[in-house]
Write a protein that binds this ligand. Structure first.
Ligand SMILES: [Zn+2]
Length: 239
């Protein structure tokens, strides 16, 4: 449980709110919204560090698609949409953004242990992940972020296909995120006809609304301490 907000007016910093009394039962308490909110923010950060700070948006076509496979081609606005989905899930929802580079590292760790291959990426191998299944199986939703790995590795498409197939085998959803400037297609480091087959039938969202902040930023000219501001507001009150 996260620490309560000490300035919270609901729980006065205790983190607990008393339920409606129902005598003869003793008083019962539930976790305050300020604690639940913080739990969810912590969960969002577990999925991807920094994600909770992505600009907020009002709506996303990705909402309610967290149990299906989805291919999204979008720029960094994707992060706002992912945040939009993640903050609406319970704090126990397990999701994780995994980069294409991490996938290859996981695969290399496996082959390095089995002593089969000396690979140009071998120096990247860590013992953090022992295999692709160790990396991709546990979360409820895995978001595969393409475009992080730039060094060519021959096995890349097979590694991607194996990661997705492993998730499919477990009955779990995967989102694949590639960028418009570098789409997953012929010429992409991770593309092969085999990958194309794996992605057959996936819903493919090819554009997302650009990020527009929920609360419009103050215009720079209104930041001046103008004596007219009050009257201006009154005039614009009807709009
Ligand atoms: Zn509270």
């Amino acid at each position: 449980m996260s620490a309560p907000d000490l300035k919270c007016s609901l729980c006065r910093g205790t983190g607990l709110v008393e339920e409606e009394p129902s005598p003869p039962h003793p008083p019962s308490y539930r976790r305050c919204a300020c604690v639940l909110r913080q739990d969810i923010i912590s969960n969002v950060e577990r999925g991807l560090v920094g994600l909770s700070k992505a600009p907020t948006i009002d709506a996303s076509p990705l909402l309610d698609k967290h149990t299906q496979n989805l291919w999204v081609t979008a720029g960094t606005e994707f992060l706002s949409h992912l945040r939009h989905v993640a903050v609406r899930r319970p704090a126990v929802w397990a999701f994780r953004v995994i980069s294409d580079a991490e996938l290859v590292t996981a695969w290399l760790a496996t082959v390095a242990f089995s002593g089969e291959v000396i690979d140009p990426d071998a120096y990247m191998v860590s013992t953090k992940y022992l295999s692709i299944p160790d990396l991709v199986v546990p979360p409820d939703l895995v978001v595969l972020r393409m475009g992080v790995k730039v060094a060519r590795n021959e096995a890349s498409p097979e590694v991607l296909a194996e990661a997705i197939n492993t998730r499919t085998h477990e009955g779990k959803a995967t989102w694949l995120w590639d960028e418009p400037a570098h789409p997953l297609n012929v010429g992409h480091l991770f593309w092969s006809s085999g990958v194309g087959r794996v992605l057959t039938g996936w819903e493919h969202i090819t554009s997302l609304a650009p990020t527009t902040p929920k609360t419009p930023k103050k215009k720079t000219d209104s930041s001046k301490k103008s004596p007219n501001r009050g009257r201006k507001t009154l005039r614009r009150g009807g709009s």
